[in-house]
Design a protein around this ligand. Structure first.
Ligand SMILES: N[C@@H](CCC(=O)N[C@@H](CS)C(=O)NCC(=O)O)C(=O)O
Length: 221
């Protein structure tokens, strides 16, 4: 049984597990309560960030690396093109761009806008992070003008990676996504495995609720 520790980017991992039909359990990690009060989690990840997984003797962090591990160890799966597949380079690029270029920079914009003292909310570093996000987003926009998915004609783990980053931008800082990105997110949100992952991830559901009426209803229940 695979254990996923924490939501946040752990939603990517849960969504992938749902797409692959693998059994897992989700173990909450409450960052707001302070991981210093959660010795079991600190034993898994002494650096204190989420997500992490435990799969037998394997313990891992980093959502994209975890997805690559699950695909390699529990695949094969159509969620990852093989190395000789013409879609492989785009797959690999967007799988990583979703975190390294998009979510990682948006995370710091979000921290500045939502948590920093008022005089730091639009400081140089926050603007730099927003610029990095925006230039990388241009690659996603160009890709969506060519193909319905990041890797081409089919859904892959690269879409899981990029979707989470775009949702973070929209939900945390109200970033104005264009019509192509909005339509892309609507397609991704319509997947049955995305829906099941949302049902499993109660913190992510609360996070999504303000922008997504169907999750508002299930949060109120
Ligand atoms: N690149 C990492 C980012 C992990 C990360 O920053 N997670 C956030 C929540 S989504 C976190 O735990 N922040 C608290 C911290 O970094 O101490 C990944 O993709 O897993």
């Amino acid at each position: 049984m695979i254990t996923v520790f924490g939501e946040g980017r752990g939603f990517r991992v849960v969504w992938l597990l749902e797409e692959m039909g693998l059994s897992y359990r989700l173990r909450d990690v409450d960052l707001l309560a302070g991981v210093e009060n959660d010795p079991e989690f600190l034993d898994i990840n002494p650096a204190g960030f989420i997500p992490a997984i435990r799969d037998g003797d394997v313990v891992m962090v980093e959502s994209i690396a975890i997805m690559e591990y699950l695909i390699a160890r529990h695949g094969p799966t159509p969620l990852a093109p093989q190395a000789q597949d013409p879609d492989f380079p785009a797959y690999q690029q967007f799988l990583h761009l979703g975190e390294a270029g998009l979510a990682a920079s948006m995370y710091f914009v979000s921290g500045a806008r939502n948590i920093a003292p008022p005089d730091q909310r639009d400081n140089w570093s926050a603007r730099q992070a927003l610029d990095v996000f925006t230039t990388r987003l241009g690659l996603v926009t160009r890709r969506l003008a060519q193909a319905p998915f990041m890797a081409g004609e089919r859904f892959t783990a690269a879409d899981i990676s990029v979707t989470y980053a775009l949702e973070m931008a929209q939900r945390n800082v109200g970033f104005p996504l264009g019509p192509a990105e909005q339509a892309y997110l609507a397609r991704m949100n319509g997947r049955a495995a995305y829906e099941r992952a949302m049902q499993a991830c109660h913190a992510t559901r609360r996070w999504a609720a303000p922008l997504t009426p169907r999750w508002s209803a299930s949060v109120a229940e």
